[in-house]
Design a protein around this ligand. Structure first.
Ligand SMILES: *Cc1c(COP(=O)(O)O)cnc(C)c1O
Length: 394
């Protein structure tokens, strides 16, 4: 009953996404769709004797079904869902102790940068921010007390791609360093970091995994029993857990993940290639373009790129503002990975919390615009970008 184990080793991605975690016989009544167990507590049959669940923070059937599915998609053994992507990051960093050290990629997600610099730092855990495209720089940054390497690839909003396998190998040669990959931008459909030697994959489930811009959630996936046990304990002990309703919504979203990612991938590459030839555009940062500096690595490590990419135009702040004011289909908003297309200005929005000197080093200027290509018709999106660029430079 409810045994989907036979699917995990051999079934394809879409089949696993649709069937792992729930089958109609699991809870009686034959419900084809995963039920929402909207309860905070569970009746016990005798003191400390229960039917598998005791209290909603430590476990909930809807949440556990989602977690099983997430684990399978990444080739992991265990997944933990958290209340947000940053909640997942906070919990993963709580594996460390005061005096430990983190080496993080320099253009990490803005919220992760802020968490490391302004919260984790105060707890006595220092972070070095390093350019991860040079292995020597990472090697030099590793100290005796380095316990975690934090990778994000591709990065945000510059779309740098870094070599997960090479960094994992370096980390293992330098002691017991936990390698974490924030895989939010690609999802397991396009990149599976555990296969390249990473220890923990973290997600802002808020983005592509949910894909409908109606849930804030995070997750961590592992295939090591000790890490699984420690993260499961922290999930319960720290309490950064999502609601059963949100777990239901995300589980539903996983059923179309393969379809959605195919469409995001195709549409964004098509638009990126077209933008490269646009007279007002000076640079398009998209790992699927042969001109991208790490295009070959991206081809080895991923099965394509998603819908997020950035471009630079010949103007400045005034033109960026006009562009964002003129787009009609693209919505001016932070976030990414939903069915709807979004556009934003990282220098004033998503990356405003990154210190100015760091923004300048990374190339996050006022002429850099980030797009999240949704699932609309590609031709309509190109027409929208074109009319807004024309208006910006009138
Ligand atoms: C959005 C995002 C996060 C944070 O996730 P929340 O769900 O907003 O807390 C972390 N990493 C990346 C790459 C993101 O895009």
């Amino acid at each position: 009953m409810g045994d989907d184990g036979f699917l995990k080793p051999k079934a394809g991605f879409a089949t696993q996404a649709i069937h792992v975690g729930h089958d109609p016989d699991k809870f009686g009544y034959g419900s084809v769709v995963l039920p929402i167990f909207n309860t905070s507590t569970f009746k016990q049959i005798a003191p400390a004797e229960n039917l598998g669940y005791d209290y909603g923070r430590s476990g909930n059937p809807t949440r556990n079904c989602l977690e099983e599915c997430l684990a399978a998609l990444d080739g992991g053994t265990d997944a933990m869902a958290y209340a947000s992507g940053l909640g997942a990051t906070t919990t993963v960093v709580s594996l460390l102790s005061s005096g430990d050290h983190i080496v993080s990629i320099d253009d990490v997600y803005g919220g992760t940068n802020r968490l490391f610099r302004r919260v984790v730092d105060r707890l006595g855990i220092k972070t070095s921010f390093v350019n991860f495209t040079d292995l020597n720089d990472i090697s030099e940054a590793i100290q005796e007390n380095t316990k975690m390497i934090w990778i994000e690839t591709p990065t945000n909003p510059i779309l740098k791609v870094v070599d997960i396998a090479a960094i994992a190998k370096l980390a293992k040669s330098r002691g017991n360093i936990i390698v974490v990959v924030d895989n939010t931008f690609l999802t397991p459909y396009l990149q599976r970091p555990l296969d390249f030697g990473a220890d923990i994959v973290v997600y802002s489930v808020t983005k592509y995994l949910n894909g409908h811009s109606d849930v804030i959630m995070g997750a961590a996936v592992v295939k090591d029993a000790d890490l699984a046990e420690r993260l499961r304990f922290l999930q319960m002990a720290m309490g950064v857990v999502p609601s059963p309703m949100d777990c239901f919504l995300v589980n539903r979203s996983l059923k179309t993940l393969a379809l959605r990612m195919e469409r995001h991938k195709k549409s964004s590459l098509h638009i990126a290639k077209w933008l490269q030839k646009h007279p007002k555009v000076t640079e398009v940062m998209h790992p699927g373009l042969p001109t991208h500096p790490q295009h070959e690595l991206a081809k080895r490590q991923t099965s394509g790129h998603s819908g997020v990419f950035s471009f630079r135009h010949i103007g400045g702040l005034k033109e960026s503002k006009k562009f964002l004011d003129t787009v009609k289909i693209f919505i001016l908003a932070e976030s990414l990975g939903g069915y709807e297309s979004l556009a934003e200005l990282p220098s004033l929005m998503t990356h405003a919390s990154v210190p100015e000197h760091q923004r300048a080093e990374l190339g996050i200027s006022d002429s850099l615009i980030r797009l999240s290509i949704g699932l609309e018709d590609t031709e309509d999106l190109m027409e929208d970008i074109d009319q807004a660029l024309k208006a910006a430079f009138e």
